[in-house]
Design a protein around this ligand. Structure first.
Ligand code: GUN
Ligand code: FE
Length: 437
């Protein structure tokens, strides 16, 4: 397949809207897709010449073609938790989230929600997520089976949690190790599936269980590890009571060997300098979840402060649905821009779209496979229409530059701006069923 449109891909972090060396943009661009990969990219005329006469051309002009969006932290079992009123983190977990997650002991329920969740990702132009499943092994089975069937590159893990949660949601250090290991052996590296060791957070894991999580990471060093860190003041205080020997919250994970370049820490809002140092020194990733942090009243992630450190923190962005309030990475970056504004800074639109694509791919250490339009990488692509709604079309009349068009896409855009999503070279959004069942 040959795609034609305005192609945009990033080479590195764009410092300003004038940093033209940070990205490659083709007004009349072409992408040749072969065997699920990008076989050629560049000016349409050149790519078309390489493609020869047999290739079918899908003309997406005047829309933009970008690498598919990446959501670095999301809870697939929380689709019926999103938009739950009136609580902060710990009450939200106890009142809404934990009761909902108990339903995922039922494999059929897990499979249905996994299907609807991945449908929604495709609808939003998100082609890769790092997902939390529930504590139940069968919830991860359901997620991976559904993801594998669609040939999506997704990272996921069964949540490990053995205390401070309802009985039906508690595993044990041994069962969490055994179930995780069985899932790793079945799914990690199968097709495009990747496993993440997923201790929920320090509050719901005993020291013995965090020890087991560390043992899994030592046994399988190429896995990701994902957890929550420093989201809310009550959470931090409770963690201090549960781990009285720890210097701070980050030290709990540090102690069990859970920091490192494949470690993804959701939230990281109230970090001390020592904690930020520990994360940056180890190459760990802080995951910015703006809609969730605003919705649960958790606090303001200081993106620019983390970036400006002498050794910058690696940062990813994410929806954190169901604490987050929108599945769209466009809506997420719009809220992210506002959080950064409340910290007295601005994020330029090229940096936003770098973050949603290559930036998140680098943070997840998968940029050799996804997150760019580079030849040889997987053909996960989103097609965006900056004139998707009447209000957007009107604003486009005065948006002359690419930077302005991207910024209006981020500020006004949502799934309506996603014309098509390609997963491993195949059109996936237009193939979605029209009704939810
Ligand atoms: N901390 C522990 N579990 C969760 C969760 O499910 N969502 C959020 N936002 N924070 C958490
Ligand atoms: Fe979360």
């Amino acid at each position: 397949t040959l795609l034609r449109g305005r192609t945009l891909t990033f080479l590195r972090w764009p410092d300003t809207t004038e940093d033209h060396a940070a990205y490659r943009y083709e007004e009349d661009g072409g992408l040749l897709l072969e065997g699920g990969r990008i076989a050629a990219a560049g000016a349409y005329a050149e790519v078309a010449a390489k493609a020869g006469n047999g290739a079918q051309c899908i003309d997406h002009r005047p829309h933009l073609l970008l690498p598919g969006f990446i959501d670095a932290h999301v809870h697939f079992p929380q689709m019926q938790v999103i938009a739950s009123y009136g609580t902060e983190l710990l009450d939200w977990l106890n009142k809404y989230t934990f009761p909902e997650e108990t339903k995922f002991s039922n494999a059929q329920h897990g499979r249905r929600i996994a299907r609807l969740f991945l449908d929604e990702m495709v609808r939003q132009g998100t082609t890769t997520v790092s997902a939390y499943c529930s504590v139940h092994k069968q919830s991860a089975e359901a997620f991976f089976a559904e993801s594998h069937e669609r040939n999506m590159l997704n990272i996921a893990g069964k949540v490990m949690m053995d205390r401070n949660a309802p009985e039906q949601l508690r595993d044990t250090p041994e069962s969490s190790f055994d179930d995780s290991k069985a899932l790793i052996e079945e799914w990690h590296g199968k097709g495009r599936q990747l496993y993440a060791v997923t201790p929920r957070f320090a509050i719901t894991s005993s020291p013995e269980q965090l020890e087991m999580a560390g043992a899994l990471m030592r046994a399988f060093p190429d896995l990701h590890m994902q957890t929550h860190l420093s989201e809310n003041h009550a959470e931090i205080a409770f963690t201090g009571e549960l781990y009285p020997w720890a210097r701070d919250y980050t030290d709990v994970y540090e102690h069990y060997g859970l920091l490192g370049p494949r470690a993804l820490f959701g939230h990281c809002i109230h970090l001390s300098d020592r904690e930020a140092d520990a994360l940056s020194q180890s190459g760990s990733v802080a995951v910015f979840c703006p809609t969730s942090n605003l919705f649960l009243g958790s606090g303001l992630f200081d993106y620019q402060r983390y970036r400006r450190r002498s050794k910058p923190l690696r940062i990813a962005t994410a929806t954190d649905v169901g604490g987050g309030t929108n599945y769209s990475m466009l809506r997420t970056m719009d809220e992210g821009y506002k959080v950064i504004a409340l910290n007295g800074e601005k994020l330029n639109p090229f940096a936003s779209f770098w973050q949603l694509t290559r930036g998140n791919a680098e943070a997840l250490s998968i940029a050799d496979r996804v997150g760019t339009l580079d030849v040889g990488t997987d053909a996960d692509i989103v097609v965006l229409n900056p004139s998707a709604t009447p209000a957007m079309r009107l604003r486009m009349e005065t948006a002359g530059t690419l930077a302005e068009q991207l910024f209006l896409l981020q500020t006004l855009g949502d799934d309506r701006a996603v014309v098509e999503t390609y997963v491993a070279g195949k059109p996936a959004k237009s193939a979605l069923p029209a009704v939810v069942t």
